[in-house]
Design a binder for this molecule. Sequence first.
Ligand code: EPU
Length: 335
Amino acid sequence: MRERNTFGIDATAYRLLEYYIVEELQAFIRQRRENGDTTPLLHIGGGSNLLFLGDFEGTVLHSGIRHIEVTAEEGDSVYVRVGAGVIWDEWVQYAIDSSWYGLENLSLIPGEVGASAVQNIGAYGAEAKDLILFVDTVDLRTGEVRHFTAEECRYGYRDSIFKRELRGRYAVTHVHFRLSHNFQPRLDYGNIRHALQTRGIEECDLTPQALRQVIIEIRRSKLPEPSEMGNAGSFFTNPIVPRADYERIAALHPDAPHYDVDADRVKIPAGWMIEQCGWKGRSLGRAGVYEKQALVLVNRGGATGQEVAALCHAIQHDVQERFGIRITPEVNFIG
Ligand code: EPU
């Protein structure tokens, strides 16, 4: 599995099945049922959110469904059905090339389209859920096709029903997006406007491709390339805490970054807390905390999943001790 997880962890699986049409996946499930096979299944995408703690004694499934098709157009809107196996960033580029807008801020996110609908990927003020209309899946127990509306997916911050009640139960085969022919740039997050200014780009002249390019440059300046240094992007989610917890922290750190979620809850960047604990740039064994973004754990070369997990636990412990807040991994631990 080393080539199939962006952490570059050396692990094996009993079997890897890549399917190219829905019926192929259904035939596999039917046969499994007939054989009474109850060995574990693991459905992966681009492997950018996985940590193998050891070998996987079951079947790894991967979608090779890569069609992109327009299903309807209506006013400014275009409805597009995209195969789960399409590489996310290729989809973003394809959409921009087709003059379908809305995905620009999600440029260069690693992974594949299927996972975007499970994970509700997000960056720079945009989230996949804002563009997803519904999701086609196959029930991994019965082989039946089931469609979920975006509402039924119960999207939240990096969250959906597929990560909770229905975890491991359905394979996403296609995602239906609604994009727009009308380019409406979202520039409010953090440093996007500043990045435009430093490049001498006026907001009124901004093209979708230029916005994509700026997002790509911002990401590249902060996040390591998995091909150069194994990593899984943000290792932890940013905790959403009761306002009283934030106020306790702000009394000691008036400059603590934070985002209001609602009247009662505040999101605090885990990367900031990890940096405050002195972990940025440090290592434990062959696993480390990235120098430029403390939310990212990296494989410094030959790390095992256990080493990364040990680093994760040490960081969680220190953040808990210092801030009284539990941070939880976004990455899925396998095994
Ligand atoms: N910060 C620090 N030190 C650090 C890292 C961050 O002080 O080492 C502070 C920053 O100064 C800033 C705040 O934390 O005030 C937020 O930092 P940043 O904008 O870099 O974003 P993030 O909250 O750390 C989230 C996503 C990223 C996404 C960025 C940009 C999560 C778990 N992560 O990170 O997603 O690219 O926002 O939108 O929500 C990913 O999921 O793999 C990922 C990279």
